[in-house]
Design a protein around this ligand. Structure first.
Ligand code: ADP
Ligand code: MG
Length: 254
C-alpha cells in the first residue's frame, strides 16, 4: 500500500451504532481519522462522544456497524487486543495510581504493556529506566518523578495519565476531555505537549473537548455529534461555517 492510501485507511468507523435499551447513544456514525491528524470530536453533553470512543477502543460492543484499523475489521476485538494494535485511550475521569510515585506509575504502565511479571521487577526497573525518564520528559513531569501520584496538581495528574498511556506505545491516542478541570495555563501547556507528541512520535490524536478555543486552536479536523448523529465533519473552517453546527451547537461561541 502506498503511504497516502495507508494514511486514508488508518481508522474508520462505518455506520457504527450503539443502543442502550431504547436510547441510540451513537447513531450510524461513519468517520475517517487520518494518520498523523489531530482530530476533534465535539458536541453538547450527552451527544455520544465518550460512547463513540468506547466503540473505537472496544470498551463497548457496537449494536451495528464496523470499526476498521488499517483496513482490518476490529469490530469484535476486545479492548486489550486493540490496545496491543496501538489504539489507546485515556479516560475522562483521571485514573492514576495515588500511592505510587510518578516514576513508578509510568514504570508500571510500561511493565503491564510488555507483560513483565513482578518476579522480574528489579531487573525490569534497570532495563526500563531510560524509557521511563524519556516519557516523563516528553510530558514535562521529570521534575515531579518522585512525588506521589495523589500529591500532584490536577493538571499534572492528567499529564501523568498521558504518560502512563504513552507506555503502551500507541499509534492513535484517544483523549476524552484531556484538559477537563485544568486552569488556562495548564490547558495551554498540555496542548503544547500534545502537539509535540504528534510531531515527535508521529502519533494520531482523536480527542473530545468542551473548550472551543482549544479545539479550534489545535485540531486539523473536527467532527460534530448531535444526539448521537454526525452532523458535520471537516476542517475547522468548514465546521465553523456550517449552518447546522451554528444552529444546534456553536451558536456564537466559535
Ligand atoms: P458525551 O460524552 O458526548 O457527553 P456520552 O457518550 O457519555 O455523551 O452519552 C451519550 C448518551 O448515552 C447519554 O444520553 C448518556 O446518558 C447515555 N449513556 C452513556 N453511557 C451509558 C451507559 N453505559 N448506559 C446507558 N446509557 C448510557
Ligand atoms: Mg463524555
Amino acid at each position: 500500500m502506498n503511504s497516502e492510501v495507508e494514511k486514508l485507511m488508518f481508522l474508520q468507523t462505518q455506520s457504527i451504532t450503539k443502543e442502550f435499551g431504547k436510547l441510540r447513544a451513537v447513531n450510524q456514525v461513519s468517520l475517517d481519522v487520518k494518520q498523523g491528524d489531530i482530530h476533534a470530536i465535539i458536541g453538547p453533553n450527552g451527544a455520544g462522544k465518550s460512547t463513540y470512543f468506547n466503540l473505537v477502543t472496544g470498551y463497548h460492543r457496537a449494536t451495528e456497524g464496523k470499526v476498521l484499523f488499517k483496513g482490518k475489521d476490529i469490530t469484535h476485538l476486545p479492548a486489550f487486543h486493540r490496545c496491543k494494535l496501538g489504539i489507546t485511550r485515556s479516560f475522562q475521569i483521571t485514573s492514576i495510581f495515588p500511592k505510587l510515585t510518578v516514576y513508578e506509575s509510568v514504570l508500571m504502565g510500561l511493565l503491564a504493556h510488555r507483560g513483565v511479571t513482578l518476579n522480574f521487577l528489579s531487573s525490569a526497573k534497570k532495563y526500563f529506566n531510560e524509557e521511563v525518564w524519556k516519557i516523563l520528559e516528553d510530558v514535562g513531569l521529570a521534575d515531579q518523578a518522585h512525588a506521589l501520584g495523589e500529591s500532584i496538581s490536577h493538571g499534572d495528574k492528567k499529564r501523568l495519565e498521558l504518560a502512563i498511556t504513552l507506555g503502551t506505545e500507541p499509534e492513535i491516542l484517544l483523549l476524552d476531555e484531556p484538559t477537563c478541570g485544568m486552569s488556562p495555563e495548564e490547558t495551554e501547556t498540555t496542548m503544547i505537549f500534545i502537539r509535540k507528541l504528534v510531531e515527535d512520535k508521529r502519533l494520531t490524536i482523536l480527542f473530545t473537548e468542551h473548550d472551543m478555543s482549544v479545539v479550534f486552536g489545535i485540531a486539523k479536523r473536527i467532527s460534530v455529534l448531535h444526539q448521537g448523529t454526525l452532523i458535520a465533519d471537516g476542517t475547522p473552517e468548514e465546521v465553523r461555517n456550517s449552518e447546522e453546527v451554528q444552529r444546534v451547537y456553536l451558536g456564537g461561541v466559535a
